[in-house]
Every structure is written in C-alpha cells, then in structure tokens.
Design a protein around this ligand. Structure first.
Ligand code: SAM
Length: 285
C-alpha cells in the first residue's frame, strides 16, 4: 500500500539489475512521480521491470528547484520516489537536500533499503573489526587528498572510500605516503558485475597488483583500509581494568580514563581505547 503525500527514498542496484527489492519495484510502479538523477539510466532499470513511470530529473545542480516541485506535489496529496543512478540516494549521491526540506515541511519520508557499494564491499571483505568509518570520495587533488588522509592516520576504525578509475593509482600511492606500505587494503572493484574483483593485500602489494594489469584499474572501486593498530590493551593490569570499569559506571569517559591513569600509573592511551570499547560494547568477549 502506498501512502499519500510521502517521499519514498528508493535504493536501486549498483550493477546487477536484479538487485532490487520487491518493495522498491512496487513503490516505483505506484508513485505519481519518480525523481531520478539521470532519467535515461533509471528508465532502463524501470523498463526491465515493465514499469513506465512519470519522471523528473533531480541532480546536484537543480536539487533545490526540483525540491520545490516535489513539495508542491506532496502538498497536493501525491507521492514521489527518489532514485539515483546506483545504490542508495544521499550516500555520495544527491538526495540529502530534498529529504531534509521535505521533512522540514512535515511530510513523511520513507526509506526503501537496498544496495549500497560500501556495505556490499564490507560484507565480503572479511574484516574482523566492529567499527567502520564511511568517508566516501576523497579530494581529487593529491595535496588535499593527503591532508585528509593524514587526519585519518591514527583512526582505529576500518576506513571506507569510494574512488574513480582514473584516480585509483594516485590514490593508493598517496595512501602509501601517509599510512606506510604495510597497511592492509581490500580493493573491491565492479561489485555485482561481470568483472567483480575483491582483493586483499598490503598497500604496496595492491599498487604493484594494479600496475601489473591495466584492466585492474578500470571500473568502480570501493577501498577498505584497515584501521590503525589499537594500543595494546592486553598489557593493562586487572587492577587497572577493574578501576576503569568502576569509574566508567560513575563518570564521563575522559574523566574516568584520566583518574584511572593517575591511580594505576597505566598508559592513558590504552585505557582510553579500552574505555571506548567498553562504552560501545558493554560486554566484550
Ligand atoms: N549511492 C551509491 C551507493 O549507495 O553506494 C554511491 C554512488 S557514488 C556516485 C558512485 C561510487 O560508488 C563509485 O565511484 C564507486 O566508488 C562506488 N560504487 C558504485 N557502484 C559500485 C560497484 N558496483 N562496485 C564498486 N564500487 C561501486
């Protein structure tokens, strides 16, 4: 059942056109209008599923003007779907502006979940770590890119980037400059498509691997860079761990860490990382 005066945010495939949910298809078939990043791309997908919707183009440069049109339709009781060329709208894609304004006007926004390149890559990467940080596209110029990467250097979460084929070599080269040659990278290329490749190696080995065959530099990429090593928590004494737990129960994290370091004379950084872990995973195995 379709609701009136509702904006549906519909995820579409990132390659394999069968990767679309039944709910997405029935929504796209029933809405009064589909706002699409590129009408031709989305028309092809809809035609494959025998859907012939009324469409409007919504991209980075006309998002504000089209948002006004969408709001006018919602005010008249109509429902609208938002799609982009691939994956989930609003994720390194247009969508956030229209969603924000539609919500501000008090209309319902309903997400129809589906494909997303970052999550798709992560699901097949085999990274045993609880946290990740989605960055998206890095700056295109090397100087700016390195500055951004330097800011992420000591981050312990897995870092997820999107990258274009013509920048992949430069990007991995800059990563080596900042993170050193030994950091592990999972390169996920052409996911769900014919030449899908998921390759894990050190940054230096990935650069050699990419250079060895120019076909490996083609297509769409997700890069998953493993996080910085956490300071060794296993070196902490039981007394320090216990003290930290007691103080964490009563005090803000920073204060609990500071006091525990003073009481036990243990490394503040290690205590800080353990405290973060306790806060996010109350009963770590
Ligand atoms: N909204 C999309 C999502 O939910 O993932 C992302 C759109 S963004 C404009 C496009 C970028 O996503 C590509 O440059 C690439 O980095 C990544 N991407 C999209 N499809 C991909 C695929 N099939 N394989 C690998 N990366 C992909």
């Amino acid at each position: 059942m379709l609701e009136k005066s509702t904006l549906y945010v519909v995820a579409t495939p990132i390659g394999n056109l069968n990767d679309i949910s039944l709910r997405a298809l029935s929504t796209l078939a029933k809405v009064n209008l589909v706002a699409a990043e590129h009408i031709q791309n989305s028309k092809h997908l809809l035609a494959m599923h025998a859907i012939h919707a009324k469409m409007i183009s919504l991209h980075q440069h006309n998002e504000l003007a089209v948002t006004d049109k969408i709001i006018a339709l919602l005010a008249a009781g109509e429902s609208v779907a938002l799609v982009t060329d691939a994956g989930t709208p609003g994720i390194s894609d247009p969508g956030a502006v229209v969603v924000k304004r539609v919500r501000q006007q008090g209309y319902a926004v309903v997400p129809i979940p589906g494909a997303n390149a970052a999550i798709c890559a992560l699901s097949a990467a085999g990274i045993i770590a609880p946290h990740f940080l989605f960055y998206g596209f890095l700056p295109t110029k090397s100087g700016m890119r390195k500055r951004e990467l330097a800011g992420l250097k000591s981050h312990t979460y897995t870092l997820i980037f999107y990258e274009a084929p013509h920048r992949i070599l430069d990007c991995v080269t800059d990563m080596i400059d900042i993170f050193g040659p030994q950091r592990q990278l999972i390169i996920a290329r052409e996911l769900t498509k014919l030449f899908e490749t998921i390759h894990t190696a050190t940054l230096q080995e990935i650069l050699v691997w990419l250079r060895a065959d120019s076909k490996r530099q083609k297509g769409e990429f997700v890069l998953l860079l493993t996080g910085a090593e956490t300071p060794d928590k296993s070196q902490l004494t039981e007394h320090a761990k216990h003290t930290l737990s007691c103080l964490l129960a009563e005090l803000p994290l920073k204060q609990a860490v500071k006091l525990t370091a003073e009481i036990t004379n243990e490394n503040k950084n290690s205590l800080y990382h353990l405290a973060l872990e306790r806060k996010t995973t109350p009963n770590p195995q």
